[in-house]
Design a protein around this ligand. Sequence first.
Ligand SMILES: Nc1ncnc2c1ncn2[C@@H]1O[C@H](COP(=O)(O)O)[C@@H](OP(=O)(O)O)[C@H]1O
Ligand SMILES: [Mg+2]
Length: 289
Amino acid sequence: MVAEEDSAELRQPAGRNMLERITQLINSVFAEAKVGVVLTPEEVLKLIDLGDSQGGPTGRHWVLDPIDGTRGFVGMRQYAVCLGMLQDGEVVLGVLGCPNLPQGPVGEQDGQEGAAQRAGGSDVGCLFSAHRNYGAYAAPLWDEHAEPVRIQVEDLSNPREARFMESVESRHSSHSTTAAMAEELGVVLPPLRMDSQVKYGLLSRGCASIFMRFPPPTYKEKIWDHAAGFVIVEEAGGRVTDAGGARLDFSRGRFLQLDRGIIAAPPALHKQLLQAASKVAAAPLPSGQ
Ligand SMILES: Nc1ncnc2c1ncn2[C@@H]1O[C@H](COP(=O)(O)O)[C@@H](OP(=O)(O)O)[C@H]1O
Ligand SMILES: [Mg+2]
């Protein structure tokens, strides 16, 4: 298992109280679900540390981000529970649980504080999934009897009709770079800002047609922030590459090695985005940047 968290902080004296609370919470959920197991704090620490696999090009690895979009979670916006599976370096399975995401059309307000208050309604909460070569699907998160429906990216090639998505947090993805890309491409709609991998889910079901991410140059993207969303978008007919056009490569361990950033879109738009990316990269920076 390749997972974001480890137990280091919980092993400190200052983490003891939190460890007790987490252990109690797990045991109460286990009791409710009649699992028949009671964990000790030490067992909880060991289980968390099972996520220390380094991934790589061979074998099978689960890739877990238990709360992706931590800032969105804390800010009562969007977040996602993300699980992917790597087989010999290729993402073959992906699941995204998005508790605060409406099942129908999504607007700017759904990426803002207050989204969490709408959670729990029968039309809020989405589960996206994909199995390599078997398509991408969406289902209501809380209805275990609902039949998942096949999803497809929007069949769009005209940037003037396109809506692009990016991070809420400009420290995660430069809003000025995406604005320059949008201008170069001729996108006229304002960005849809959402936390976490819900953006990959929205792209896959055609709620928006472009996802761009341009982190600071020194930042190394982690595979758990993209694995599940990547296979879901590809199985929905989209393309996900770095800004140089290389398909994301999950076989290199816990990190992705990217040229500038990530661009995801239906194929016809994706091609135009790559052209825009090379023009934006070649343009001189405005003074002061
Ligand atoms: N400086 C940075 N640049 C790019 N990504 C960053 C970042 N700092 C944190 N992140 C990642 O961005 C993820 C959230 O993505 P988004 O911006 O799409 O909401 C975070 O996931 P976690 O919240 O799981 O830590 C974290 O891994
Ligand atoms: Mg994350």
